[in-house]
Design a protein around this ligand. Structure first.
Ligand SMILES: Nc1ncnc2c1ncn2[C@@H]1O[C@H](COP(=O)(O)OP(=O)(O)OP(=O)(O)O)[C@@H](O)[C@H]1O
Ligand SMILES: [Mg+2]
Length: 337
């Protein structure tokens, strides 16, 4: 018979919707039955647990749009921020190579059943590289929006611990969560664990976390989507690249993409005079999507505050000319204008 504490833990984890703890306790009960020589019961319990786990993840895949994704387990709350995005790929302006890679992933994810029938797995591990403000974080949101999933952003600062082995245990917890909750798991600013560079933290611990990440991502059989993003790809350990299904590089916008970004960012407003896109593109050289979007927002604010009904494209030009081109290694938030 299971100990009273184990039964209490089962009830509590059910009440708190802590699926991970629920299954962990159930496995403990099976193990203690086995130790007492009740091998048949132990075997039966193990099979029940495995089946329940499998049914749950299949249920997520069968109707991802309708299944509500429960909040991550309590212990994970410090490590993960949950977002339920309302955007999809159509909200982004994408270079053809990027668009192709993302469309492929979404198509395969939406047709996972057909692929599984042929013993194939859908693409689900992406490494995104590129300058700040080119849409890497936004992509994780858009993929989740397309598939009706949540985005779980991993707080890498919370992951790194000064206690030996603790970071690895936390990372393991995240990979376990991928099996329990189908979602888009975003390792943003991934270079902080993906590189060997010493950033004042215990370099040994970073190496251990990186090795553990390599092992975990290789073993991972979950139905979740893993997105790692970095603007320092050259600092990443080479062993990482082949662990991903696709490595997608995000360029700065070209002339056409600059005008498409302006059109998206000013949708629903009309201009007093047709914007001079050639001039705008000239001013936007070296600037990213984020700068262009912000310049449009500034023009919209100006229009509202001046009581005008029409947008002035000169305002966009004015704010673009004040923005500084990007430098490698900067993040969007570190950029000074
Ligand atoms: N490809 C894009 N299409 C449309 N808007 C974009 C695109 N890329 C970026 N933006 C705009 O810029 C903002 C910032 O982009 P995002 O956070 O995705 O950049 P990032 O590549 O993750 O940058 P960082 O490397 O600094 O993390 C977005 O919220 C969006 O408004
Ligand atoms: Mg980002």
């Amino acid at each position: 018979m299971a100990a009273a504490d184990q039964i209490k833990s089962l009830i509590k984890s059910y009440a708190e919707d802590d699926e991970h703890r629920f299954f962990a306790t159930a496995m403990q009960i099976a193990a203690s039955e086995a130790r007492q020589g009740h091998t048949m019961v132990a075997q039966e319990l193990k099979q029940l647990i495995e089946k329940a786990k499998k049914d749950k993840s299949v249920a997520f895949l069968e109707s991802p749009k309708t299944v509500s994704i429960s909040a991550p387990k309590r212990e994970l709350k410090e490590l993960i921020e949950v977002f339920n995005p309302r955007i999809d790929l159509r909200d982004m302006v994408l270079a053809p190579t990027v668009k192709e890679a993302l469309t492929k992933l979404i198509h395969e994810q939406k047709n996972w059943e057909l692929l599984k029938k042929h013993n194939l797995s859908p693409r689900r591990k992406l490494l995104l590289t590129g300058l700040p403000g080119t849409g890497k974080t936004m992509t994780a949101q858009a993929i989740a929006g397309e598939l009706g999933l949540s985005v779980y952003i991993i707080r890498l600062d919370g992951l790194m611990s000064k206690y030996l082995g603790e970071s690895i245990a936390k990372l393991r917890m995240i990979f376990d969560a991928m099996e329990d909750h189908r979602a888009v798991y975003l390792f943003d600013e991934f270079d902080s664990i993906g590189s060997h560079r010493d950033r004042g933290q215990d370099i040994g611990e970073i190496k251990r976390v990186l090795n553990s990440f390599l092992i975990n991502i290789e073993k991972d059989q979950s139905n979740s989507i893993i997105v790692a993003a970095t603007n320092l790809p050259e600092s990443l350990d080479r062993a990482l690249f082949r662990r991903f299904d696709d490595v997608v590089s995000y360029p700065l916008p070209d002339l056409q993409e600059v005008s498409d970004t302006i059109k998206k960012a000013t949708k629903g407003y009309s201009f007093s005079k047709k914007p001079n896109y050639a001039k705008i593109a000239e001013l936007a050289v070296g600037l990213n999507y984020s700068d262009i979007t912000k310049a449009c927002e500034e023009a919209i604010k100006e229009m509202i505050l001046s009581g005008s009904m029409k947008l002035d494209s000169l305002e966009i030009q004015k704010s673009l000319s004040k923005k500084a081109p990007l430098k490698y290694g900067q993040t969007e938030s570190q950029k000074t204008h």
